[in-house]
Design a protein around this ligand. Sequence first.
Ligand code: SAM
Length: 253
Amino acid sequence: MAEIKEFKEFVPIGENACIALGDAITKLQTLPDKCVDLIITDPPYNLGLFMKKRGTNMNKLREGHFAASGWDDLDFNEWTRQMNILFQECHRVLKKKGNLIMFMSIIKVETLINLGQENGFYYKTVGVWHKTNPLPRNMNLQFINSTETWIYMVNDGTTGTFNNEGKAIHDFVETATISNKERKFGKHPTQKPIGLLSHFIEILSNENDTVLDPFMGSGSTGVSCKKLKRKFIGIELNEKYYKLSEDRILNDI
Ligand SMILES: C[S@@+](CC[C@H](N)C(=O)[O-])C[C@H]1O[C@@H](n2cnc3c(N)ncnc32)[C@H](O)[C@@H]1O
């Protein structure tokens, strides 16, 4: 099996991480079969057009809001087509019984469970991430948006690595949103906290395993992997975020 630093379309960052600038599917297609132990990723939620159609005023959205970013604007059918190919590639590069965690908006969860099952994944559960300090946007008009969902699946098997250390682990994770420290090298509109990713990486993989994030954004999964002694493969389409990932992984933040 080729070492991470030998993957041609990827740039090594030290011995144990490599990242690529480009489209997730195109770059995944260059990776060898069964080279990954865990996939943990946070793809576009396909909410950009939905928000535009509802008349959300993009000009009023804070700078860098995902709905104004342009990377989440696919028509639903095209997004579904691309997510189907993504699952095909994830199935190919993930080892037998490898785990997958995919963050998603709750209204798109069923679509992704179906796509996963059609492509060799066993659906385990859907869980919730609760943010303890969300922005109180529209608090006098509606319930504050303080949760996101994650889908847990296993590739080509029914159970993968599950390091629960004898504890009952709930399908509900609670953390604060990212701290200023985690923004030291710049901002990403949907940056996930390192603590959240570390929670899944510790339970669903072992030291020296290889973790893939094909939509790495600001590189939070890569930073968590370095802290937890996992190898990391990351892909990002946007050059600014790719550079942010590189800086964060190199500087452990
Ligand atoms: C939801 S964000 C991920 C945020 C990440 N979890 C973090 O903590 O920073 C999704 C990312 O996918 C990237 N993206 C969108 N389409 C892509 C594609 N086709 N290939 C690779 N990356 C893509 C976007 O630029 C964005 O940074």
